[in-house]
Design a protein around this ligand. Structure first.
Ligand code: DAH
Length: 384
């Protein structure tokens, strides 16, 4: 009984005894020096498996049975000691014991791991009833919004929206618009010069008229609007800014008259300021249009009765416009005997100030969120 090998051998012989059931032939000395057969071991496993409560205990069982010195491992290592005629049977018994243990071990391991995961998920769930952290959504820049609105109206009338450079040549900003060097009209449009006297920051968006016509090569009708930044050497105050925005428009085709201009302006005015608002033209002077007009609208605030917005005249000036001067058409490659057209230029800030009742132009540019927030008319839903 000292030696396991001996014992197994002896038991192997015992297994041959009629009184002893086949599965009893496998006897083994456990560490406790207790003699057991496979059936007993299986029963013990069964009891232990039933009692196991968590992963830790399960792993202890694994150590007990399947580690290097585990019971099943040890049984396995003694297959070689069993008499030949019983070896196969013994081997099968050990294998089925191992399978039995492993199946139960895996089943319980999966069960405990799932339980662990579930309890983790439970303790870590997000409480959606808590108020969220507020994120300020902001709102579109009011000038940008106005420009987009104007663009949409003109696009619906078949206009293209085009762009031009802000750093411009004197040639396009003045000369080809019929304002030669030394012309007194240049004084009112003094701007910033980049290189000598030829390269400047554009003082108006009108040079885009010239650039667009040059592309049309005197052959294609033109129908564009061009919103963009412009610059002048002005001191900033409530109604002036060294940088501001204009929305230029140009239409060149055959048989275009002042009536077409009036009808077009009327559409945009009614869209922006209301159906009842009327348009009137006053004679004016620009070098690149002939005739030239100032575009006035009836005061949308007092309906013509007279108020602060219209300075008690009942009318508000919102744009300069006119029929494209024959010289300008010719310089840009369009034959004025065949082609005619109209042009207009809106001041974007002025329109936005009127539309949104703003009395200081500087708020468009001073990025003070408290002021910008005042313009938020809730078009973009804000979650606060
Ligand atoms: N460019 C002019 C200015 O800045 C505005 C203007 C007037 C544009 C008449 C036009 C126009 O296209 O026809 O003062």
């Amino acid at each position: 009984m000292e030696n396991k090998g001996y014992l197994i051998y002896e038991v192997g012989i015992l297994g041959g005894n009629d009184k002893v059931k086949t599965n009893l032939f496998v006897l083994f000395v456990l560490k406790r020096r207790k003699i057991m057969n496979i059936e007993d071991i299986r029963k013990e496993i069964e009891k232990e498996i039933d009692a196991v409560k968590d992963l830790k205990e399960l792993n202890e069982l694994h150590v007990k049975y399947l580690s290097k010195k585990g019971i099943i491992t040890e049984l396995n290592s003694h297959i070689k000691d069993v008499p030949n005629d019983k070896k196969k049977e013994f081997g099968m018994e050990v294998n089925s014991l191992r399978t039995y243990f492993n199946e139960n071990y895996e089943r319980l391991r999966d069960k405990f791991e799932e339980e662990l995961l579930n309890s983790k998920l439970e303790s870590e769930t997000i409480d959606i009833s808590l108020p969220s952290t507020k994120v300020s959504m902001g709102s579109p820049n009011i000038l940008e919004k106005l420009i987009e609105e104007v663009e949409e109206v003109f696009m619906s009338m078949g206009y293209d929206v085009v762009d031009g450079p802000e750093v411009e040549e004197d040639k396009y900003n003045f000369e080809m618009l019929n304002i030669p060097k030394g012309h007194p009209a240049r004084d009112a449009q003094d701007t910033f010069y980049i290189e000598g006297e030829e390269i400047l920051l554009r003082s108006q968006t009108s040079p885009v008229q010239v650039r667009t016509m040059l592309k049309g090569k005197g052959e294609v009708p033109v129908r564009v609007i061009c919103p963009g930044k412009t610059y002048r050497r002005d001191d900033d105050d409530a109604t002036h800014s060294h940088q501001f925005m204009q929305i230029e428009g140009l239409l060149v085709d055959k048989d275009i008259s002042l009536a077409d201009l009036k009808g077009t302006i009327d559409v945009i005015v009614k869209k922006l300021f209301g159906k009842d608002v009327e348009t009137r033209f006053r004679p004016s002077y620009y070098q690149f249009t002939e005739p030239s007009v100032e575009v006035d609208i009836s005061c949308f605030n007092c309906k013509g009765k007279g108020c602060n917005i219209c300075k008690h005249t009942g009318w508000i000036t919102i744009a300069g416009a006119g029929m494209v001067h024959p010289n300008v058409l010719r310089m840009s490659g369009y034959d004025p005997d065949i082609w005619s057209g109209f042009a207009f230029g809106f001041g974007a800030e002025r329109m936005a100030m009127l539309k949104y009742d703003i009395n200081d132009l500087r708020v468009f540019y001073n990025t003070d969120l408290r002021e910008v927030k005042n313009f938020d008319r809730g078009e973009i839903s804000n979650n606060d």
